[in-house]
Write a protein that binds this ligand. Structure first.
Ligand SMILES: Nc1nc2c(ncn2[C@@H]2O[C@H](COP(=O)(O)OP(=O)(O)O)[C@@H](O)[C@H]2O)c(=O)[nH]1
Ligand SMILES: [Mg+2]
Length: 212
């Protein structure tokens, strides 16, 4: 996975806070104005690693099941309203035995993206979602941005939701961009400025692209 682990992790550890890293990073290839940490959460084999690889490298990891051991991250800088927003996206292992490892990482995350298995029955879906939301609310920051990615399920939890495919790439970029926009707006919002409407943004972008 990523070989560029050191810079941001060290900075965040030194700060010892969950605050945004508001600086222009001087390292080659990686200029950014603002950085956020986002976690990918979900049960094993729902496609977390594939979604991350699709977003970062534009490729699909088909075929073999790639079990993620522990946790790792990839960085990607996206442009939001003329600001370079760096997303440090953590890929977690959903397996129960790794939960204690991942809990420690929730605290610093400004955004969480939960993925759901495909075609799950409604009751099972609600149970899984409730379990992940309980985890997030227990361990993450109070004002963390949550987004739900899934397939063939409809939701009424007041959480932004969209269907994605790591295979075709549909909506993957949009999911991360929407999270980046929400985080950037929260970090730079003026008192009298209206809140960013993330679900409206998602719907508008889907219509623009003619997507589902
Ligand atoms: N058809 C299809 N298969 C997918 C998709 N995303 C992931 N997979 C497959 O699902 C399996 C598990 O994916 P992985 O990313 O390792 O899941 P993780 O455990 O949540 O990280 C792999 O065999 C992937 O190739 C998708 O969007 N469509
Ligand atoms: Mg994985």
């Amino acid at each position: 996975m990523s070989t560029r682990k050191t810079s941001l992790t060290d900075k965040q550890t030194k700060n010892g806070t969950s605050k945004y890293v508001l600086e222009r990073c001087a390292s080659i290839n990686e200029y950014y104005d603002i950085a956020f940490k986002v976690m990918l959460l979900g049960d094993s084999a729902v496609g977390k690693t594939c979604v991350l690889v699709r977003f970062k490298d534009g490729a699909f990891l088909g075929g073999n099941f790639i079990a993620t051991v522990g946790i790792d991250f990839r960085n990607k800088v996206v442009e939001v309203d003329n600001l370079k927003v760096k997303l440090q996206i953590w890929d977690t292992a959903g397996q129960e035995r790794f939960r204690s490892v991942t809990h420690a990482y929730y605290r610093d995350a400004q955004g969480n993206i939960s993925l759901l298995p495909q075609f799950v029955l409604k009751s099972l879906f609600l149970r899984i979602l409730t379990a992940w939301l309980t985890e997030i609310h227990e361990y993450a920051q109070k004002d963390v941005v949550i987004m739900l990615l899934g397939n063939k399920v409809s939701v009424g939890y007041g959480i932004p939701f969209m269907e994605t495919s790591a295979k075709t790439g549909v909506n993957v970029e949009l999911a991360f961009l929407a999270i980046a926009k929400e985080l950037k707006h929260r970090a730079t919002q003026q008192p009298n400025e209206p809140r960013f409407q993330i679900q409206d943004y998602i719907e508008a972008q889907k219509h623009k692209s003619g997507c589902c």
